[in-house]
Design a protein around this ligand. Sequence first.
Ligand SMILES: Cc1cc2nc3c(=O)[nH]c(=O)nc-3n(C[C@H](O)[C@H](O)[C@H](O)COP(=O)(O)O)c2cc1C
Length: 179
Amino acid sequence: MTELGVLYAIVCAAGPARDAKRLVDTAKERGWDVCVVGTPAAVEGGFLDVPALEAASGRPVRSTWRREGEGKRNPAADAVVVAPMTMNTANKWAAGIADTYALGLLAEAVGLGLPVAVLPFWSTALDAHPATRRSLEVLRGTGVRVVYGPGEWVPHAPGSGGRRLDGYPWELVVDAVGR
Ligand SMILES: Cc1cc2nc3c(=O)[nH]c(=O)nc-3n(C[C@H](O)[C@H](O)[C@H](O)COP(=O)(O)O)c2cc1C
């Protein structure tokens, strides 16, 4: 197995998060050392199976910054994926807001020159908001690979997201960030 380096897997508060172990397993199979970072909304809202993710990754799931004076808790990232990416995180990230640990990592990632790939999950109703369209363009413009479009991920009709969980294409975001 090739060791690719450290992959930060940022998981937001949307339905597919319950299956994020599939992301960890896929990335580890490809040779990444995976650190999972949940948004506070994902962790506190019960979207994540934290014990399963820690067992699969072999690392603690983080959602908050370390305290001033506390040592670093995980190795630095070599690449970053966001899956599922919520509309909220896309819009805040594109606007430069860094008020959660996950958004702080994302705000820095592009400037650090790290490869970043994202896999959204939201309905056509949220997709139609002009801020969503603008944010994806801003992110693409900074070099972020957005796994979105025919043959990749496309938004679902409102109320139908539950039927899109099993087929959520986790592997595409791992492929997209791979070197
Ligand atoms: C049950 C449930 C399902 C949700 N599904 C989605 C979703 O599929 N896509 C989305 O963008 N937001 C969804 N949300 C809303 C987000 O959780 C909310 O905007 C939250 O603030 C996102 O925080 P985060 O971006 O920091 O993870 C859902 C909320 C709940 C309670």
